[in-house]
Design a protein. Structure first.
Length: 125
């Protein structure tokens, strides 16, 4: 019986040490989140599905879902996000701070590009 108790104590202490090590390495690798919704400027009730959201000067990118929602997981730091969508002006938002284990909300509205067409009038003789 004593042998069994010693084994249980040994295993439980090893398990506690292992868990402590895993928690400390987890703390070093914590990330933060940026999430938000991308909207159309002409009707802010309409989210833009499949708009591209990228972190400038990195390969990190995502697209909004059908509800215009996006989420990025990043290491703590300060970032510039670039929002693009076909037919809309590209927007850069600078100085977005990401904190460890925190979520930063960054909603964005994109403006429709105004076409530079000249109006032509056709007449017949």
């Amino acid at each position: 019986m004593r042998f069994f108790v010693v084994i249980v104590l040994f295993v439980s202490s090893f398990s506690a040490q292992s868990q402590s090590l895993n928690n400390s390495s987890f703390i070093k690798n914590k990330v933060g989140n940026i999430k938000g919704i991308v909207f159309d400027n002409e009707n802010t009730d309409i989210p833009l599905a499949f708009a591209k959201v990228s972190v400038k000067n990195t390969a990190i990118t995502t697209t909004t879902n059908i509800d215009g929602v996006y989420k990025l997981q990043l290491k703590p730091g300060v970032y510039t996000l670039v929002y693009t969508f076909i037919g809309y002006k590209t927007i850069e938002v600078k100085n977005i701070t990401v904190s460890s284990s925190d979520t930063t909300i960054q909603n964005q509205t994109l403006c429709v590009l105004t076409p530079n067409f000249k109006l032509l009038t056709a007449t017949s003789k």
